[in-house]
Structures are given as structure tokens and as C-alpha cells.
Design a protein around this ligand. Structure first.
Ligand code: MEV
Length: 288
């Protein structure tokens, strides 16, 4: 049997604007895991190139010259699907690792990332590479498309609440929607870039209030480019009314998750309780 593991991610700042070359800040969710198993089978595997997982398996087999392999695969995932928590990237990473493990082949980080991004094209059309990079990282990162990334020291002594609206997001549709109105959206995308820069500075200064304010301002920009939905707007409002320092939708949008910043654990628990009362289907608390 071949086994591969990976973890999810959440975007703190810069979703969508990252596609246009602005910086983004994202956090790995190391405790929310995916595991893929590859086993021998009687028949050759069939591929579905509209499915990210199947495409990831194909990309890995092609790299190894084994597309005619007689194998089968299964996935166990704690990362909810289509909620902006990196399920497509995490599933691809786990699957590619499992294929290489099955054939007892070494897999370097660079090859893994190239293969993941081939699969991500299915989920994203035009992936910036942010999701793959964050799911491959053990630390928060600042990422700029085609330029690179750096690790961020995120010791803020604060808490991030992640709340699932319960509505399936659709990154591909959201990325296409933003692109269809690119000219009108450019000022908002630039503003999202500036807000990500502000958060990077605020993280260095350990200025929680500024991080929170920039998050809420980013949500307004994400509304303007049309990727938020009523359920996300509602949960953002609930979090702010419950005392969050800031809140925004996170990920591709058109559903998915929101995130909210709390200054301590007690406040985080109050906010997550309120979010669940007001319709969040699931919440997670992540120490920053
Ligand atoms: C999706 O998790 C993040 C987006 O910025 C798309 C991308 O970066 O490829 C919406």
C-alpha cells in the first residue's frame, strides 16, 4: 500500500488579489488532515480530468511513467470540501505523495508542487499557487505569485475562528467571475493588496487591532468584487457584533468559510458559539 498525508490551509489576507500579483498571507491548518491510500487492483485505473483528485493521481503516475498501473485509491479527509480550506490542494498533495510512496520513489518538494499545481488547474482555472504552497508549508507564509514566498512569524497570541457557512464555495466560478469584470475590479484588487501589506506590517508590530481592521476592510472589497454571499456577510456581522477585532470571508468565496480574529481564547469561544447559533455549520479555533 502507498500512503500520503497533507493538511488544509486558510487564507488570512489576499484571496483573489493574489491571482493578479498582489501579496497574500495564508496559514497552514496542521491539525486538519487528509490521508490517501493507494492499493493494488485488478484493472487499470480510469481518469476523470474534471476531478482534481483523479488529475493529481494521473499527474503523479505520468511523472513516474506508470499511467497503465493497476491500482485503486481512497481518501480520508478532515478538510471539508469546497469551503476555502484548501481541500483540493491538500487532497492532491496527499494523493501524489501516496502514489510515489506506493512505487517507492523519492519525491522532492519542487516536483510535488509542480504536480499539485497541474491538478489545481482543474479546481481553479488559473491557480496562483497560494493554496499548494500553504498546504506544503508548516508555517504561515506571505506569497506573491511568480515571485516567491517567505515564512512569517505569526506569534500574535491571538485566536482565529474559522466558521463554515455550510454553503459550498466554488473557487473556479469565483475566479472566473472576478476575471470577467477585471477592469472594474482592478481598484478593489489593488486595495486588497494594500490591506495584505498592512497586515504583514501589523503582524510584525504585533498590532492586533490593525490586523482586525484590515480584515474587515478586506471583506468589504471582496463583497465589491462579487465573491461574498449573504451567508458569509451575515456570519461576518455576527462575529463583529460578538466582539471580534475583525472578520472576513476566506478563500475563493461564493460560499465557504469566514474567519474572525479574537484577542483571547475566552473571546474566541464566545464568538464561535454565537456563529454556531447563527447558522455556522462548523467552527474551528486556531491559535495565532
Ligand atoms: C483560493 O483558495 C484562492 C484564490 O485566490 C485563487 C488562487 O489563489 O488561485 C481565490
Amino acid at each position: 500500500m502507498g500512503v500520503g498525508k497533507a493538511h488544509g490551509k486558510i487564507i488570512l489576507m489576499g484571496e483573489h488579489s493574489v491571482v493578479y500579483g498582489y501579496p497574500a498571507i495564508a496559514i497552514p491548518l496542521k491539525t486538519i488532515e487528509v490521508e490517501c491510500h493507494i492499493r493494488p487492483a485488478d484493472q487499470r485505473i480510469t481518469f476523470d480530468f474534471e476531478d482534481t483528485l483523479s488529475t493529481a493521481i494521473y499527474a503523479a503516475l505520468k511523472e513516474l511513467g506508470k499511467t497503465a498501473a493497476t491500482i485503486t485509491y481512497d481518501i480520508k479527509s478532515e478538510v471539508p470540501l469546497q469551503r476555502g480550506m484548501g481541500s483540493s490542494a491538500a487532497v492532491s498533495i496527499a494523493a501524489i505523495r501516496a502514489v510515489f510512496d506506493y512505487f517507492e520513489q523519492p519525491l522532492d518538494k519542487e516536483t510535488l508542487e509542480i504536480l499539485v499545481n497541474q491538478a489545481e488547474i482543474i479546481a481553479h482555472t488559473n491557480p496562483s499557487g497560494l493554496d499548494a504552497k500553504t498546504c506544503l508549508s508548516d508555517q504561515a507564509i506571505k506569497f506573491i505569485r511568480n515571485i516567491g514566498f517567505e515564512q512569517l512569524d505569526l506569534s500574535l497570541n491571538a485566536y482565529l475562528i474559522i466558521a463554515d457557512t455550510g454553503v459550498h464555495g466554488n473557487t473556479r466560478e469565483a475566479v472566473d467571475k472576478v476575471a470577467a469584470a477585471e477592469e472594474a475590479n482592478l481598484p478593489y484588487l489593488a486595495q486588497l493588496g494594500l490591506l495584505a501589506d498592512q497586515v504583514e506590517q501589523a503582524i510584525k508590530d504585533k498590532d492586533l487591532l490593525s490586523v482586525g481592521q484590515a480584515m474587515t476592510a478586506a471583506h468589504a472589497m471582496l463583497q465589491k468584487i462579487g465573491v461574498s454571499v449573504e451567508e458569509s456577510d451575515h456570519l461576518v456581522q455576527v462575529a463583529l457584533e460578538a466582539g471580534a477585532l475583525g472578520a472576513k470571508m476566506s478563500g475563493g468565496g461564493l460560499g465557504g468559510c469566514i474567519i474572525a480574529l479574537a484577542q483571547n481564547q475566552e473571546q474566541a469561544q464566545i464568538i464561535s458559539g454565537k456563529l454556531e447559533e447563527e447558522g455556522a455549520s462548523q467552527t474551528w479555533i486556531q491559535k495565532l
